[in-house]
Write a protein that binds this ligand. Sequence first.
Ligand SMILES: NC(=O)c1ccc[n+]([C@@H]2O[C@H](COP(=O)([O-])OP(=O)(O)OC[C@H]3O[C@@H](n4cnc5c(N)ncnc54)[C@H](OP(=O)(O)O)[C@@H]3O)[C@@H](O)[C@H]2O)c1
Length: 265
Amino acid sequence: MTTANARSGPAEGASRLTAVVTGASSGIGRATAQRLVADGWEVLAVARREERLQELAAETGCAVLAVDVTDDESVAALARRAQELFGPTLNAIVHVAGGALGVDPVAEADLGKWQAMYDRNVLGALRVTRALLPAVRASGRGDVLFVTSVAGHEAYPGGSGYNAAKAGEHMLARTLRLELNGERVRVIEVAPGMVRTEEFSLVRLGDAEAADAVYDGVEQPLTAADCADVISYALNAPHHVNLDLVTVRPLAQAAAHQVARHQGL
Ligand SMILES: NC(=O)c1ccc[n+]([C@@H]2O[C@H](COP(=O)([O-])OP(=O)(O)OC[C@H]3O[C@@H](n4cnc5c(N)ncnc54)[C@H](OP(=O)(O)O)[C@@H]3O)[C@@H](O)[C@H]2O)c1
C-alpha cells in the first residue's frame, strides 16, 4: 500500500508516535508491532506468552510486557508500564488480542467457549480501552484501532460464538466513535476475512490437520503482513482521515462463507 505522500507518521527528528499493540506474540499483532516499529513508532507489544514477546523485542527493539487482557490487575500493570515508557500520553491502542474457539452449531454451543470468546474479544478490548483511553485522549493525536473480523458482520454456519463476539467488538467500536466525536481520537475498525496465520485456526480447531484444511485450495489467503499493511496505512494517514471501517479479504473470498477453492493448489 502506497502511503508515502499521505503519511502523517513520525518525521525524522520529530517526537515519535507511541502505540500499545495487543495480541503481539503471533500473527496479525506480531506483524503489526514489527510494521509500526519499521514505520518509526515506539511500540509496547503485549500478549500472554512472554518468551515469544522477548523474541519480538530482540528482533525489533520494541518494548514488551506479558499481559492477559481478561485480567484487571494485568491490564492495570499495562497502563502503568505504558506511562513509564511514554509518559502521560499515548497515540494509539491497537486491539488485536482475540480469536475463535470451535465451530459448534448454536444447538450444541459450549457456553464456556462462548464466554471465553466474549472475554477475549469484547471485554478484553473494553478493559484495555478503559485503562489507556485517558492517555490517548490527552495525546492530541489519538487512535483506538480494533481488529474485528468479517465474522462480526456476516453470520456463517458454525460461526456462532465467534460471530457474536466479533459483532460485540464491532458495536464497542461504533459506540466509542460516537462518544468521542469532537475529540482528537479516531476509532478505526479493521475487519479481515481469511488470514492464514500460524495459530488462528489451530487455536480454533485444536489440531494442525483441521487447521491446514481451512486453507485447502485457496489461492493466496491474506497474510498477517497484509493486515499490518492496512493497519499501518490507517494509523499513519493524516489525522483528519478516519478509516472508520475497513473490510479486507483475499481476492478468493467473496463472503465469510464463500471462498473459491481450486484442486491442486
Ligand atoms: N486469522 C484470521 O483469519 C482472522 C480473520 C479475521 C480476524 N482475525 C482476528 O485478528 C486477531 C488476531 O488473529 P491472528 O490470526 O493473528 O491469531 P493468533 O495468531 O492466534 O493471535 C492471537 C493473539 O491474541 C493473543 N491473545 C489471545 N488471548 C489473549 C489474552 N487473554 N490476553 C492477551 N493476549 C491474548 C495471543 O497471544 P497469547 O496466546 O500469547 O496471549 C496472540 O498473540 C484476532 O482478534 C482474530 O479474531 C483473525
